[in-house]
Design a protein around this ligand. Structure first.
Ligand SMILES: N[C@@H](CCC[C@H](N)C(=O)O)C(=O)O
Length: 270
C-alpha cells in the first residue's frame, strides 16, 4: 500500500491514497501505522477517498470530489481535523487531483472550502463554531473552566493563568462525561499579547499533539469570548509552530503551513 507522510505545524499524518476505494482501514491497522516505534508514527491517518464511493458522505457533500476519511492514532474516527484537511489539500494539489487555488474537500463534519495562499500556506474555511456553555477540565489535580466549542468535533478550550509549558499532559485530563459523552479535545491556553495566545492540546484519540487546527479555532473563540470580541484575527502559538485564525460573523478560517515530507510503500497489512 502506498503512503505519504505530512504535517501541519507538526500535527503529523500518514496519508493513504485510495482513489479506487479498496483500502480497508481497520482501527487496528491505523493504530499500528501510527505507532511511533513499531509503525511509521503519526497523530492520525488521512485516507484519500472519492466522495461518491463513501457511504458516510451526505448528498450535499458530494459536490466535493474528495473525501477526507480521518482517523485518530488509536483508530477512532473523528468528524473533522483542521490540520489534517490542510495536509490532505496539500496532497491533492501536489498529486494534481484538484485545481488550485480554491477547491472543496468533504469531511464527516461537512464540506470545507480550501484556499492555497500565494505564500504556499493553506487556509481552510472551518465553518461557524458552535459555542455551548462552560465546562471544567482537570489537569494534575487543578481544575480549569473552559468554553465548550463544537467545530464539527468537540472541544473544551480553557484559559489558564500560568504558562501552559508547565502543565503535565502525559495523562488524559479529566472532563465531564455528561457534557462530552463521546470524549473531547482539551485545549489549555494563556494569552501572551493582543490577540495572541499560547496553546497546548490533549486530543481525543491521540493524546498530546504538537498542534490541533480545530483546537486552535476553538481557542481563538474562547480567547475572543474573554476579551468580549466576536470577530478578528488571532495568532495561536502551538509547540509545533504558529497558526492564524480569523473569525468573522459567519465563519472561521485557519491558515498555516502544510507539508509533505515522505512517501513510500507500507509493509504493514491486516
Ligand atoms: N488534530 C486535529 C483534530 C483531530 C481529531 C480529534 N482528535 C478528535 O477526535 O476530534 C485538528 O487539527 O483539528
Amino acid at each position: 500500500m502506498r503512503f505519504l507522510k505530512g504535517h501541519g505545524t507538526e500535527n503529523d499524518f500518514v496519508i493513504l491514497p485510495d482513489p479506487d476505494g479498496g483500502v480497508d482501514v481497520s482501527a487496528a491497522l491505523v493504530a499500528r501505522i501510527c505507532d511511533r516505534r513499531a509503525g511509521i508514527g503519526a497523530d492520525g491517518v488521512l485516507r484519500v477517498a472519492r466522495t461518491k464511493q463513501s457511504h458516510e458522505v451526505t448528498e450535499q457533500a458530494s459536490a466535493a470530489e474528495w473525501f477526507m476519511d480521518y482517523r485518530n492514532a488509536d483508530g477512532s474516527m473523528a468528524e473533522m481535523c483542521g490540520n489534517g484537511v490542510r495536509v490532505f489539500a496539500r496532497y491533492l494539489v501536489d498529486a494534481g487531483l484538484v485545481e488550485p487555488p480554491e477547491f472543496a474537500v468533504a469531511t464527516r463534519g461537512g464540506v470545507r472550502r480550501i484556499r492555497v495562499e500565494p505564500s504556499g500556506d493553506i487556509t481552510v474555511d472551518m465553518g461557524k463554531p458552535v459555542v455551548y456553555g462552560e465546562s471544567v477540565a482537570s489537569v494534575g489535580g487543578q481544575e480549569y473552566t473552559g468554553l465548550h466549542v463544537d467545530m464539527g468535533n468537540p472541544h473544551l478550550a480553557c484559559a489558564i493563568g500560568d504558562p501552559v509549558v508547565q502543565l503535565d499532559l502525559t495523562h488524559q485530563p479529566g472532563f465531564d462525561p455528561g457534557v462530552f459523552p463521546g470524549g473531547v479535545n482539551i485545549e489549555l491556553f494563556n494569552p501572551v499579547g493582543v490577540s495572541r495566545v499560547v496553546m497546548r492540546v490533549y486530543e481525543r484519540g491521540s493524546g498530546e499533539t504538537r498542534s490541533c487546527g480545530t483546537g486552535a479555532v476553538a481557542t481563538a473563540i474562547a480567547a475572543a469570548h474573554l476579551s468580549g470580541d466576536t470577530t478578528g484575527t488571532w495568532t495561536v502559538e502551538v509547540p509545533g509552530g504558529t497558526l492564524t485564525v480569523t473569525l468573522d460573523e459567519d465563519t472561521s478560517y485557519l491558515t498555516g503551513a502544510a507539508i509533505i515530507v515522505a512517501e513510500g510503500e507500507l509493509m504493514l497489512a491486516e
